[in-house]
Design a protein around this ligand. Structure first.
Ligand code: PLP
Length: 461
């Protein structure tokens, strides 16, 4: 074994090889030195465990792969063929072309982010967006932070720190990624007062729990699960009535926060922000990158005095939205104002695509692939991203039979993930299925190339 260690190439020898030299050129000698050392350390560990020492050319190839993995673009673009419109693992909503442009413009030069061009004095970044939000939702005031989790946390900290907040037991939800309403309340410094039961809560339950120390009534949209059967929850209006009688603000965490009616696309009705405002909620909280179809952001709309209190809280500065997201969000909101949301915003293009349009697209793909193991079948797309649980949209899927490529469905799906632009598919009844609904038009060519290569690939999984 000692001989095996000695047969390893030296760091300098590896660094002097043509392909590694090229990497030194594009990155730096220091960076490559580190990588070569890591690779040789790994080789030593392999040898210590009884493995064979790698040859010089093997080490060079390993160093190349290591550099590629470590320094390639990340997160890498992938093609979402899952049919899940707001796929949290895939970055939720792709934003519109105009929103991308706005974000790029905000990044590439200076901007009047916090400068009032009229008087040359310091302005607020919120000024670029709050009026639009008020116009679209009917709210008096608005504030935007980096995501909805922080928006809710900030709202509670500013309104209810050291006081009680009343929440229905049916709404003490976890939305994923460790965001649990009871924990968020605790972190904000407010005390959770639970009322009702898992399945039934009445407006009177809230009223009975009000004390001198109550700061707010909190309603949370059960965005990622459904309770069926013997259930009851008060309407938002009923809750607002209780709030008015007891002079307490009603806060509503809408989660997705939709501005359009999802029912017109055959799904359940997702509560809209406008409804929440019209019902009289004092504050409504929602995400920028769920059904709104914009960048990651947390939006708070509601009463002027409460928004002002939130804006003054020190946490507001810690959670502030960045200039690129702000610019993209503004353009996204303008799409709604111009009544072009369904045609300009990718997630709404996807949601509104008819089954017939999708079938024609899938059929074109099948023809282009010309492979007898590719077929069309009916299927269902989902919204995902903690919106509209259990709701599906009828779709057509391109089904790939893996047996022709002499591999399993899992192996075929893996080959698709290994493509130049990875394709993320679903497996259903032993077939790999691709849903055109979530594939952007400009991704089609790369998708077809990936499918062709994955199905032709004869290597064993
Ligand atoms: C998604 C969601 C959040 C968190 O929103 P982010 O923008 O992901 O931080 C909070 N509350 C509810 C009800 C949600 O559905």
């Amino acid at each position: 074994m000692p001989n095996d260690f000695r047969s390893l190439p030296s760091v300098d020898l590896v660094l002097s090889q043509e392909p590694v030299l090229a990497l030194v050129q594009s990155y730096s000698r220091t960076a490559m030195l580190q990588l070569v050392r890591q690779q040789l350390d790994e080789a030593r560990r392999t040898i210590a465990q009884g493995g064979d020492p790698p040859t010089l050319s093997q080490v060079v190839a390993q160093v190349q792969r290591r550099a590629e993995r470590a320094w390639q673009e990340a997160p890498r673009p992938v093609i979402n063929a899952t049919g899940v419109v707001l796929h949290t693992n895939l970055g939720r909503a792709p934003i519109s072309k105009a929103a991308i442009q706005a974000a790029a413009n905000a990044a590439k030069g200076y901007s009047n982010l916090e400068l009032d061009l009229d008087d040359g004095k310091r302005g607020s970044r919120q000024a670029h967006i709050s009026e639009l939000l008020c116009q679209l939702t009917g709210a008096e005031a608005a504030l935007v932070v980096n995501n909805n989790a922080s928006a809710v946390m900030l709202g509670l900290a500013a309104i209810a720190q050291g006081k009680e907040v009343i929440v229905s037991r049916g709404e003490e939800v976890e939305i994923g990624g460790g965001f649990r309403i009871p924990d968020v309340l605790a972190q904000s410094g407010a005390t959770l007062v639970e009322v009702g039961t898992t399945n039934r809560t009445n407006a009177s339950d809230y009223e009975a729990a009000v004390t001198d120390n109550t700061a707010a009534l909190l309603r949370v949209h059960a965005s990622n699960f459904k309770v069926l059967g013997f259930t009851h929850a008060p309407t938002t209006e009923e809750l607002v009535d209780v709030g008015k009688r007891r002079k307490l603000p009603v806060l509503y965490d809408l989660g997705s926060g939709c501005l359009l009616d999802t029912a017109q696309y055959g799904m359940a009705h997702e509560p809209t922000v406008q409804e929440s405002i019209a019902a009289g909620c004092d504050l409504s909280f929602f995400s920028g990158d769920k059904l709104l179809g914009g960048p990651q952001a947390g939006i708070i709309v509601g009463k002027r005095d409460l928004i002002a209190r939130i804006a003054r809280h020190p946490l507001a500065r810690a959670m502030r939205i960045d200039k690129m997201s702000l610019a993209a969000l503004r353009v996204t909101l303008l799409h709604y104002l111009k009544d072009e949301a369904v045609t300009a915003i990718p997630v709404w293009q996807m949601i509104s695509a008819s089954p017939e349009t999708i079938r024609r697209r899938a059929a074109r793909w099948r023809t282009a692939l010309g492979n007898p193991c590719v077929s069309l079948q009916k299927g269902e797309s989902t919204i995902g991203g903690g919106s509209l649980p259990g709701e599906t949209l009828p779709t057509w899927l391109l089904a790939l039979d893996p047996s022709a490529s002499s591999c399993s469905a899992d192996a075929l799906a893996q080959r698709l993930r290994e493509a130049d632009i990875p394709v993320i598919a679903r497996i259903q009844d032993n077939r790999v299925v691709l849903d055109p609904r979530t594939v952007l038009p400009q991704e089609e060519k790369a998708l077809l190339k990936a499918v062709r290569e994955a199905m032709e690939s004869k290597r064993t999984p």
